[in-house]
Design a protein around this ligand. Structure first.
Ligand SMILES: Cc1cc2nc3c(=O)[nH]c(=O)nc-3n(C[C@H](O)[C@H](O)[C@H](O)COP(=O)(O)O)c2cc1C
Length: 200
């Protein structure tokens, strides 16, 4: 089933928002409507998962073409504007393109990667989609690579980052440039800590 890369806001125990990118199944055209179901598959440990496992958990899934939202989550710059959701206890990112307000209806528990099934209770458009941009897509791939730094081979990550840099260099706008800079800084810090040398 098609996987759409999204931003998910969940509620912490004190009702503040936690934002994280997740791939979601069930958001294709035929099912992305009120009453449809979607599935998230968070690896443990995950704060989002903890929030979704709480009784009567609700959350908001967002479609977005803004690379700053994805890269910001990865590098810990998550102070995005937020407003309360319409129909669920949760938080909406007004900078996104579309929001799906959801409630958890089933949890298939697993030691490593539980499956969380949710029902869409409300959806609304927030802004216009700005069109495909290769640099934006490269930022999403870069975010994925940065989220796998401790899991994947360092040479493969370095090769893929170099390929993405070429695409970003040729097709980015201001947001993509800023997001790529955040990812580069994050990557450089990781390599320094891992002893692979700094500014390379
Ligand atoms: C585009 C994108 C998609 C992702 N999809 C998933 C996913 O489906 N499952 C997962 O466990 N992590 C996924 N990640 C990584 C999580 O966003 C990241 O590990 C995050 O910190 C989740 O942990 P948290 O809930 O504690 O914030 C994805 C990251 C990106 C950039």
């Amino acid at each position: 089933m098609k996987i759409i890369e999204t931003l998910v806001t969940t509620c912490n125990a004190d009702d503040t928002a936690h934002v994280a990118p997740f791939g979601v199944k069930g958001l294709d055209e035929s099912t992305a409507r009120i009453g449809g179901t979607v599935t998230l598959a968070p690896f443990r440990p995950s704060r989002s998962l903890d929030n979704l496992l709480r009784a009567n958990a609700q959350a908001v899934i967002h479609l977005s073409d803004n690379p700053l939202l994805f890269a910001g989550c990865l590098v810990g710059k998550r102070d995005f504007p937020l407003r309360k959701a319409e129909k669920v206890t949760g938080w909406v990112l007004p900078q996104a393109v579309r929001a799906f307000e959801i409630e958890v209806v089933d949890i298939q528990d697993d030691e490593q990667r539980p499956r969380v099934t949710c029902s869409i209770v409300w959806t609304q458009n927030l802004s216009d989609w700005q069109g495909f941009n290769r640099a934006g897509m490269a930022i999403i791939e870069g975010c994925i690579l940065m989220s796998r730094l401790r899991l994947w081979d360092a040479t493969i990550i370095a090769e893929r980052m170099a390929m993405l840099e070429d695409i970003v260099g040729r097709t980015s706008g201001n947001n993509e440039e800023q997001a790529w800079q955040w990812l580069q800084d994050y990557y450089r810090d990781h390599k320094k800590k891992a002893g692979h040398g700094g500014g390379q």
